[in-house]
Design a protein around this ligand. Structure first.
Ligand code: T1G
Length: 653
């Protein structure tokens, strides 16, 4: 098998080219090829060495598929030490995203150049890891402590220009990278540039205040994430020890992280997210329909967020409301959201204005005659949705895709009122729709392959993580939320308090405890849905007695300033003895003898309720695979990625 690394002499420059699609990951073959090439270069007529890559990007990191398998030498640290030990200057030429071990390779070179659009970074922390090939030791020697800590603990890439500013890249190459980098390498030789080994540069002065400050910040924002703590320790070692000692600290920290359940969970989610975008029974060559402009029915919170999701991806949107007043209110929500994004630095003023200009409004369905896709996002009234789909069926052009954002309703029943059920499916966004990444794509019985493939591809374009669901009440996520919510109510009646349940789940890793989630969503939503059902369809009264009593007492949740908690003007929750009284009265009504319940029992029963329902969802074929269920819960319901998702977690126990 030919090596993914080739070496050739171009004049007086030895050129090492890596070609390992799709992201030039540092597989064993690539590591071996780099080592062989740099060793060859030491013996030939080259006066300098250039490392570059083919394809979309410079090396994007270690080959994560190799983690957990038996180690095969040479290890990356040894390869990079050989590159840095070269007696001839080594130049790295960056494009795309030079990440993780890829950027460590660049730092082991003596000089670095990049095209303006290149990005560099250390995303290892998103995998529960840290740079394990000298990155925590070389980066501070070039960029200083704070920039290094920011770069490595954030996991976020920076631009080539930013990297130049902090000393990580030396030269920006305009135009063709390969030829430009060759010219630059030759000029370095001509100017007598010497090898410049990063590990031999003096380390920055130790500053205990920075490290203490970082540790305090991490304790708040990344509670319990071991990789973050290890990063601070490794970078601190770069300021208190020699390079050789510092890399030993880094190596131990890296192995601790690699062998941790947290990293196993986060690496599982990394691949699960990518696997979810694949539909097993869709032919690879399924034709895609163009989606140049979109209609959104409904300008409420969801409709506004959905409209923004498309506009932010450069797709024109026509938002439809029933009256001009409702339309202006909807456009006002969008305006406020963009102002917020600009204020938070998520969007520049210009970008926000460009996105905003792509959204127009109308009260006339005729304005949807030429759209390629419509997303209906009105409130959860099945008859209203059917009325809307009948209108859309009459107005929209043949081939237009008609999607409903419903959270629960029967997509097949909605499709059945149209003459084009094959063009109908669900696109279930999560609130706030312009921020939450999860998109449940609900495949109707008659949804065509082309429509499903088009929407899965569109999800990537609008930067959503799409998971295919079959049709059932609540699809994947909300269906699992149902038994989870029931178990919460039973725990309350049996003796746990709202704050005990929430604290136990948040300490375990959930982004928000269930009672705070229910207050955020609004207790009146479930109440209204239950009022529309006959008693024999409401389920076990224990599962809704307390929230119903709270709603009837005017406690609707955050929206009314009180639900399971009372809320101050900043929406901070405070436990309320009045709620405890309601719980006690309901427990008495059901004759439940209350008892002390451990946090461990709370966590076990609540996670079990998710996993049991997830298994049914799999057995019924509603989800394609268990990892899809993990993706839904991590991206849509605040389940900790470091636990890998409910199904992965259950499999680890
Ligand atoms: N290893 C193996 N496969 C990878 C990979 C990697 N590092 N990165 C991506 N893939 C696969 C991915 O599974 C998918 O496969 C395909 O490539 C396209 O990916 C030693 C220890 C580079 C920004 O964390 O962030 O270095 O589904 O859909 O949207 O100290 O991939 O097609 O079969 O994401 O264009 C650090 C992870 C590793 C980078 C490109 N590096 N990758 O995004 O494509 S640890 C990372 C990404 C490390 C060192 C440490 C993105 C991307 P398939 P994609 P994309």
């Amino acid at each position: 098998m030919s090596s993914p690394v080739r070496y050739e002499l171009k004049g007086n420059i030895g050129v090492i080219t890596v070609n390992n699609p799709p992201v030039n990951a540092l597989s064993h073959a690539v590591r071996q090829g780099l080592l062989d090439a740099i060793n060859t270069a030491q013996r030939d007529a080259s006066e300098a060495v250039l490392i570059c890559c083919e394809g979309n990007t410079f090396i994007a990191g270690a080959d994560i598929t190799e983690f957990g398998k038996p180690f095969k030498a040479p290890g990356l640290p040894d390869v990079l030490d050989s590159i840095e030990a070269s007696k001839k200057p080594v130049v790295a030429a960056l494009h795309g995203t030079a990440l993780g071990g890829g950027f460590e390779t660049a730092l082991a070179a003596h000089y670095r150049c990049a095209v303006p659009a290149a990005k560099v970074g250390f995303p290892e922390v998103n995998l529960g890891l840290l740079p394990g090939a000298g990155g925590t030791q070389r980066t501070p020697r070039l960029a200083g402590i704070k920039a290094s800590l920011d770069l490595i603990t954030s996991g976020a890439p920076i631009s080539a220009a930013q990297a130049v500013d902090i000393g990580l890249i030396d030269e920006i190459i305009e135009g063709d990278l390969r030829s430009g980098a060759l010219v630059w390498a030759k000029s370095l030789v001509a100017s007598g540039a010497q090898v410049r080994r990063t590990s031999e540069l003096p380390a920055p002065q130790h500053d205990a205040s920075i490290f203490d400050g970082y540790r305090a910040a991490i304790a708040r924002r990344a509670r319990g994430q071991i990789a973050q703590e290890h990063i601070v320790t490794a970078v601190e070692a770069a300021t208190t020890m020699s390079y050789q000692e510092g890399v030993l600290v880094e190596r131990k920290a890296f192995m601790d992280c690699l062998n941790s359940p947290q990293s196993a969970g986060m690496r599982h989610i990394f691949f699960a997210e990518r696997q979810a975008s694949k539909v097993d029974d869709l032919p690879k060559d399924t034709p895609l329909r163009p989606v140049r402009n979109v209609g959104v029915i409904g300008g409420g919170t969801m409709g506004g967020g959905i409209a923004m999701s498309f506009a932010n991806a450069g797709i024109a949107v026509t938002m439809i409301e029933i009256s001009d007043e409702a339309l202006q209110r909807g456009l006002g929500i969008i305006e406020k959201n963009y102002e917020g994004s600009v204020k938070r630095g998520k969007l520049s003023e210009d970008d926000a204005a460009n996105c905003r200009s792509l959204i127009s409004g109308s009260t006339d369905y005729a304005d949807l005659a030429d759209v390629d896709l419509v997303v209906e996002a009105v409130f959860e009234d099945p008859e209203l949705k059917k009325t809307i789909f009948r209108k859309l069926d009459g107005v929209c052009k043949p081939g237009a895709i008609l999607a409903t954002n419903t959270s629960y309703q029967d997509v097949d029943a909605i499709a059945a009122v149209t003459k084009r059920p094959e063009d109908v499916l669900g696109m279930h966004f999560f609130s706030p729709a312009h921020i939450m990444k999860l998109l449940e794509v609900v495949r109707g019985a008659k949804t065509s392959d082309a429509v499903l493939a088009t929407v899965m591809a569109l999800a990537k374009k609008i930067r959503k993580v799409a998971v295919v669901s079959g049709v059932c009440y609540g699809f994947i996520g909300n269906r699992m939320l149902n038994p989870y919510g029931k178990t919460v109510q039973l725990l309350l009646l049996e003796g746990a308090s709202p704050q005990q349940i929430d604290t136990a789940m948040e300490n375990w890793g959930m982004a928000m405890g269930p009672l705070r989630v229910f207050d955020l969503a609004g207790l009146d939503v479930g109440y209204k849905a239950r009022q529309a059902l006959p008693d024999d369809q409401k389920g076990d009264p224990k599962s809704y007695r307390v929230p119903d009593l709270l709603v009837e007492a005017g406690r609707l949740g955050q929206k009314s300033g009180a639900g399971f908690y009372t809320y101050d003007e900043n929406r901070a929750p405070t436990p309320d003895p009045a709620v405890d009284k309601v719980i006690l009265a309901a427990a008495k009504e059901f004759g439940i003898a209350r008892r002390s319940i451990s946090d461990e029992e709370i966590v076990d029963r609540l996670i079990a309720s998710l996993v049991d329902e997830g298994r049914k969802i799999l057995d019924e074929g509603i989800a394609q695979r268990s990892s899809d269920i993990d993706v839904v819960y991590v991206y849509g319901y605040g389940f900790p990625a470091s636990r890998g998702g409910p199904m992965f977690y259950a499999g680890q126990k």
